[in-house]
Write a protein that binds this ligand. Sequence first.
Ligand SMILES: [Zn+2]
Ligand SMILES: [Zn+2]
Length: 270
Amino acid sequence: MKKFRVINPDYEISYDKTIIDDLRFKNLDVVLSCFLCNPPKSKNEGLYYRIIKSKHGTCIQCIAFWHRQWFPYHIHDYHPFYIYLDDDKHVKFILIDDGHHYSKKIFIDKKKLGSSIRISFFLPDHGLTDRLNFGRVFKPNFIPLKPRQIINWWVINNMAQLKLRTKLVDPYKDGLIPENIPKQDSLIYRLNHISNFNLIARSENTLRYTFRDEVVCPVCNQLINSLDFIPVHKDQKSNHLYLKKEMKCKNGHQFIIKYNFQKAKIEYID
Ligand SMILES: [Zn+2]
Ligand SMILES: [Zn+2]
């Protein structure tokens, strides 16, 4: 397991269900619902969670896991949301997977006690939104997100691989938490993320913030967003697994990247 960094070494992991408390916090109840899709209820499906303590406060990382997504069809579907608490266990803000693992920040009023928020998984892709007030409310199975589980998902050598890497290791990592509420805070904004064509002008969207890793082209510095599946390789000498992929930026520069599991870092290979 030492061959894999699953957490920033300055942080601490716990699975304390009294902190989770069915997502009922001092200042906020988080209600989950599903719209036009089913809750993750089959065997081993559910809400995988872990609680990370650091000097920044507490972050509850949740990944909703389904065995399959029907449209577009693929096996293993993971959609994250993270709940950030202050030292008194008040929710400060929530990050949701706003389609294609882009992150959307939802600010929470710390003083408004007894409020609730509904987070819906919707349509067959299971992306999240806080903009729907209908759908089927469900109580998830909370399953501890243990290091072994993360590693098993990371080393799947096909599209079912868990593509959340560095920002799972560090929920305070640059590029994850948007500073502001998105300007176009609407369902159209989210549909833009998941469609191949723009329903509204793309310039209105802040696509910079994502739960996935990004890589910068070493030639032109162009950012390549949301790194997808990366093939698994084994180092012959050390037997350590790593991920490696040839990349191409929009300007046509080709380069090779490696995801180093020990360092939880993307490296370039010459
Ligand atoms: Zn999905
Ligand atoms: Zn380039």
